[in-house]
Design a protein around this ligand. Structure first.
Ligand code: 9UX
Length: 72
């Protein structure tokens, strides 16, 4: 069962930033689709909750040097 989550991303200043985050997230086991929107400063992620959690996703974004908060 897939779950979808939306995030606000903090700290992106250029297109390479959004590409870096998108690639980083798509590499994670359990992520089936990650899409980052630079202009809106958001990320949309489809993942398998039995493999990874929201916290794992946020930690990955932080490890890449950016901030992430789940949209409510
Ligand atoms: Mo260019 Mo975006 O260094 O960090 S990739 S601003």
């Amino acid at each position: 069962v897939k779950q979808k989550a939306e995030f606000d991303i903090i700290g992106m200043t250029c297109a390479a930033c959004s590409t870096r985050i998108e690639k980083g997230l798509n590499k994670i086991e359990g992520v089936s689709m990650a899409s980052v929107n630079l202009a809106l400063e958001t990320a949309s992620i489809e993942f398998n909750p039995s493999e990874i959690t929201i916290s794992d996703i946020i930690a990955k974004v932080e490890k890449l040097g950016y901030g992430a908060h789940q949209k409510k």
